[in-house]
Write a protein that binds this ligand. Sequence first.
Ligand SMILES: [Fe+2]
Length: 501
Amino acid sequence: MDRRSFLAAAAATFVLPAPATTSARTLARDPFKLGIASGDPSTDGFVLWTRLALDPLGANGRGAMPSRDVEVDWQLSADERFGKILRSGTATARWKDAHSVHVELDGLEPGREYFYRFRAEGRLSPTGRTRTAPSGATQPLAFAVAACAHYEHGFYTAYRRLAEQEPDLVLFLGDYLYEYGPSGYTALAGRVRTHTPGKCATLADYRLRHAQYKSDADLQRAHAVAPWLVSFDDHELENNWAGPVSSTGAPAFAHRRASAFRAYYENMPLRRASLQGAVLRVNRRVSWGTLARFHLLDTRQFRDDQACLDGVRAGCDERLSERRTLLGGDQWRWLSDGLRASTTQWNLLGQQILMMQRDYKRGPGREVNLDAWDGYAAERTRLLELMSTTSNPVVLTGDAHMHHAASLKLNFDDPDSPVIAPELVASSIASDGDGYRDKVWIEEGLAENPHISYIDQRRGYIMARLNSTELSAEFRTLEYISRRGAPAKTTHRVTVPTSAP
Ligand SMILES: [Fe+2]
């Protein structure tokens, strides 16, 4: 059996005895309609995730599950046939947690591939592949970067193509789902499918929307192939929210935020410690031996409100204020301490919004996006100064719905200002539909922003390979997503040697 076929393989006999507590009960149908996932690898473990649903679109986001807790067995094996079970156990999928399961494993061997699966009341889940992070010197790392997957705007072919490349790790940098009601945000190419009713506002709304997204087979495949490092941006809650502030004046926003966070945690392979009361803590570090450390940032939850009423604007002095923060004081200290203390060869900052300066106005003058780092320019300068003393920093970004490759500089307006780090921006998986390639618009954008070397308005993801001498990143691009079956092609390649950022 080749590596790819494990997903389709018929399940071998599940050798665990049935737990006595559930022996008299059976679920009427397959409860694994939302798939399985793993995430946050350490050198000795990871998180295994599933959430039971008999019908993803069941009322109140409850997946048509019975109103009781359900025992879920799990198994871990070194081979996809489960010939030898290395670990097994039972977790409880609680009614109060929308029947989600988060199993955190430790004590495993570093740098190894593992296979896992679940069973609930006689029903067997698909099999997933995951891995522990290596320790010490390590083999090259292959990782994918993805963001922004509006369900209505197109099919998730990009997730499928990403899965086919079998990365060791997947970084997801925000807008995993969108909160809008049906056609609440339309793409040029129209919509190929329809959101669940209404704009998300309640816990039930967010649970239901997550279940709708998770029911997609291409997305399930991408989760099953590798562990993910997930972080959210704005649309997992509401467009362009900022810390405690709703961009739309939504009533009881603190409650809405807590509901969105809870549903996000329930539906993602995050560690239990991430949900800290009203805070969802996703800024964290994952190390890959001595090769690399990922610093995942949260550029949404702890930020000051956008300057000058938000939007893409010219002439906003407030955005330059030294007092403004995007990361918040605690996260800033956490990041600066972590970058100073890091001993790995590479330091990869996974974050949500464009860090580069980006002038959207053609010709004289400048218009910038006040929701991105341009709206928090003084803190950006402080971070770039810090990164200038960091070993091989690389910034990985989502949000833009376009591929970008750029050089981050202390002074973007000075051609002689040294390059501090590359910024690689993954286009969207689906948001904005098929996309297009407007050569004139791109040439003008590159002329206005000489530190940018590549822009592409089509859908896709980044596939990167990292070793001790270079980072090689392929921008993977699809011609269409309004129909299924598009191939992914490498439309641009960036190579960053350790000797020159
Ligand atoms: Fe987005």
